[in-house]
Write a protein that binds this ligand. Structure first.
Ligand code: NAD
Ligand code: TYD
Length: 343
């Protein structure tokens, strides 16, 4: 492993991964290949723009010719696919781009990896492929996928393709399924950065339904460290869950955020729930911990560190929240907030 194509590397986790890899592997060349959708942002990579070990290519993972050209030009041996449409609420509004990118795009990357006989293809997946998990149970990698949102279904479809390419063609693949990531550079449509930035501005926090849904909020750096471990010590053909093993109710996450930002509970608004909202995800992380990994942050530490980052980095999120985001916010929350009862 030497020259890595990081698709979706201008997004939240992909950019954190590039920073992580450049810090921990002095010899690697990281080629970010990204379409720069509304979620892609070169500000996330600004600190390394002059690093000779980093290259940026603007492109779509559905464009086979462009990917092949990038792989050949940079002598790529490994593809790590972070590229996806990633927000459940947007997938409910319009699933089209989710299917195109995760199904057609993953298929296209797999075809390139197969035809050019790459050393490794790694797929970044999510705990959402397992669907809602009843209390008392945790998802193992061998469980069947049972996605319930268009986003989760698009990601599960990609995982099935990746496994099929391993079984059928012997492509050397690995998959990691991460729980909810939080930390620097997360587009403020996702719950934690949305609530943090709203709270900083004393705006209401729109909590779906009763807010008792549970997520495994993990620090993005811990997730990147585990991906790196799987790249180097994971078994070909295997899938690894990456989470904290600790679930946090959304209301608890909000309490921690509000306390960290010194803002009142009166900002909380319970609004109309997300259709098909998965109440609980829970990962069994025995397989990744057996490889020698454990998270450095507790969920509480991750939430507090994330709140601090958004407080210190208004330069990053204020321009996002004043652009396209405004129309999205009105479509997603306008009516919900107008009809919400105060806390
Ligand atoms: P993000 O939305 O912040 O970034 C996605 C990136 O992919 C953007 O830079 C975007 O421009 C790019 N992209 C989208 N469509 C593309 C296309 N057709 N071709 C090339 N680039 C394209 O997402 P994220 O939160 O960083 O998630 C990255 C990956 O991790 C995704 O595959 C997601 O499903 C997975 N994941 C995310 C989380 C989470 O909590 N955010 C948890 C587990 C897994
Ligand atoms: P989100 O960050 O969208 O991630 P997920 O992919 O897990 O849905 O949402 C995290 C949790 O927060 C989830 O239970 C939905 C909830 N949520 C709200 O209550 N209000 C919001 O405005 C958003 C975006 C999410």
């Amino acid at each position: 492993m030497q020259n890595i194509l990081v698709t979706g590397g201008a997004g939240f986790i992909g950019s954190n991964f590039v920073h992580y890899m450049l810090t921990h592997h002095a010899q690697y060349h990281l080629v970010v290949y990204d379409k720069l959708t509304y979620a892609g942002n070169l500000d996330n990579l600004i600190q390394i723009q002059d690093d000779p070990r980093y290259t940026f290519i603007h492109g779509d993972i559905c464009d086979r010719d462009a990917i092949e050209a990038a792989v050949k030009q940079h002598d790529i041996d490994t593809i790590i696919n972070f590229a996806a449409e990633t927000h459940v609420d947007r997938s409910i509004m319009n699933p089209d781009a989710f299917i195109k990118t995760s199904v057609n795009g993953t298929y296209t990357l797999l075809e390139v990896a197969r035809s050019l006989e790459l050393e490794r293809y790694h797929q970044i997946s999510t705990d959402e492929v397992y669907g809602h998990i009843p209390p008392g149970r945790s998802s193992k990698e061998t469980d069947n996928v049972a996605p319930r949102s268009p986003y989760a279904a698009s990601k599960a479809s990609a995982d099935l393709l990746v496994n099929a390419y391993h079984v059928t063609y012997g492509l050397p693949v690995t998959i990691t399924r991460g729980s909810n990531n939080i930390g620097p550079y997360q587009y403020p449509e996702k719950a934690v950065p949305l609530f943090a930035t709203n709270a900083i501005d004393n705006l209401p926090l729109p909590v779906y339904g009763d807010g008792r849904q549970m997520r495994e909020y993990q620090h993005v750096r811990d997730h990147c460290e585990a991906i790196d471990l799987v790249l180097h010590r994971g078994v070909i053909g295997e899938t690894y869950n990456i989470g904290t093993g600790v679930e946090v109710e959304n209301m608890r996450m909000i309490e921690i955020l509000l306390e960290a930002l010194d803002r009142p509970r009166s900002l909380i608004r319970h609004v109309v729930d997300r259709p098909g909202h998965d109440r609980r995800y829970s990962l069994d992380i025995a397989k990744i911990t057996a490889l020698g990994w454990e998270p450095d942050h507790s969920p509480e530490e991750a939430i507090i560190a994330t709140a601090a980052w958004y407080k210190e980095n208004e330069w990053w999120w204020r321009k996002i929240k004043s652009g396209e985001f405004r129309q999205y916010y009105e479509a997603q929350y306008g009516e919900r907030l107008r009809t919400a009862a105060p806390q």
